[in-house]
Design a protein around this ligand. Structure first.
Ligand code: GLY
Length: 368
């Protein structure tokens, strides 16, 4: 039950391995990349308690030693302060250009450690060991790294591809149901943006996958990663097609900002709600049939996920204020809001040609 997705980026090509038991085999898998049998692992305390010993044991099987740094969990760790801390710790550990760093954790750790590796000695190789579903299907693949600044999320960063990704699907068992489903928001996004057959497959199989079926989990992660790898290979630095991966994200970022990036709305939950809104907007613009948004909403609801704005606890600002927050999204180009819209399930495209009043109408009705 082991799958490999190759990301063919020339001199930066790498494999994403997907399946159970990868932590236990990490030593054998990472050894070919090492010039000396020692790695530096950066993780966070919650993940360390669950998985650091498993990684240590796996590496020890191949005689590889590890030193580790544990950071606090949570989005606030993606900061200048922690970037400095990680970079200087790696220097203190005498990590050299030929060495390998391991990012063990979810999207926060992957983004932060990847960025530290991009700037450390002008570029040190790293392995992503993603421990959340969201990180396995999205943030660990494709080389986007970075931190948040006072001005917004992910505003400082670099493209720095990992040398290997180990997506151990056993670790998904340790996620809360809410975190698993938040990650699922990014999985369903792939079906919605580019693969109607994958969406149909999810409609049939996602409930059993969420219940823990490992064969289905491996398949869902594989298909998601394959689609991301295909898009990143076409457009590594997001000059065009890569923006398709932002389906639902313009709405999502406004909702995340409106809820203070708090526990009220996890990123993947916002992506699912945002996808439903993007489909509604597309239907209102006559781009897809009215049935499509209904199918999307029915699927998300059946998975027990937040679907409508009313599912987000607490007050939300009015439609005009949400639209204003959408304007602050970093995908704004020369003041124009770029949207990912759809011509149907599995058929997304990027446009800036969206009348403000139609977006306002979608938001007002969604808030009503
Ligand atoms: N998460 C979107 C991207 O990697 O481009």
């Amino acid at each position: 039950m082991r799958e490999t997705v190759h990301v063919p980026l020339g001199t930066r090509a790498y494999d994403v391995l997907i399946g159970p038991g990868l932590l236990a085999e990490s030593g054998t898998l990472i050894a070919p990349f090492l010039k000396r049998p020692r790695v530096a692992v950066v993780t966070e305390t919650r993940v360390a308690a669950l998985h650091l010993e498993g990684l240590r044991a796996g590496l020890a099987q191949a005689g590889i030693d590890l030193v580790s740094l544990e950071l606090p969990p949570g989005e606030a760790t993606k900061s200048w302060a922690h970037l400095g801390q990680v970079t200087e710790w790696l220097l203190d550990q005498k990590v050299e250009r030929q060495d390998m760093v391991i990012a063990l954790g979810g999207g926060v750790i992957g983004d932060l450690v990847g960025f530290a590796c991009a700037i450390l000695r002008r570029g040190v190789r790293f392995v992503q060991v993603p421990t959340s579903l969201l990180a396995q299907v999205d943030s660990s693949v494709g080389g986007k790294t970075g931190i948040n600044t006072a001005q917004g999320k992910n505003l400082a960063g670099a493209f720095h591809q990992p040398s290997l990704v180990l997506a151990d699907t056993d670790v998904l068992d340790t996620l809360t149901a809410r975190d698993f489903l938040a990650g699922y928001g990014e999985v369903v996004k792939y079906g919605l943006l580019g693969d109607a057959a994958f969406f149909d497959w999810l409609d049939e199989n996602a409930p059993a996958m969420a219940q823990g079926d490992m064969v289905l989990r491996v398949e869902a992660v594989r298909r998601s990663v394959q689609m991301k790898a295909d898009i990143v290979t076409r457009d590594e630095t997001e000059q065009g097609d890569r923006a398709l991966l932002n389906l639902g994200h313009t709405f999502c970022h406004a909702l995340e900002a409106a809820t203070g990036y708090s526990d009220r709305l996890l990123h993947g939950e916002g992506v699912a709600v945002g996808c439903a809104l993007a489909f509604e907007l597309s239907a209102r613009l006559g781009l897809c049939s009215q049935e499509d948004p209904s199918r999307v909403r029915a699927h998300i609801k059946a998975m027990g996920m937040k679907t409508d704005l009313a599912d987000i606890p607490g007050e939300l600002p009015d439609a005009a204020a949400l639209l204003e927050l959408m304007g602050q999204d970093k995908k704004v180009v020369a003041g124009t809001l770029n949207f990912v819209l759809v011509r149907g399930i599995g058929s997304a495209f990027v446009t800036s040609d969206v009348p403000r009043e139609v977006v306002l109408g979608v938001l007002s009705d969604a808030l009503a």
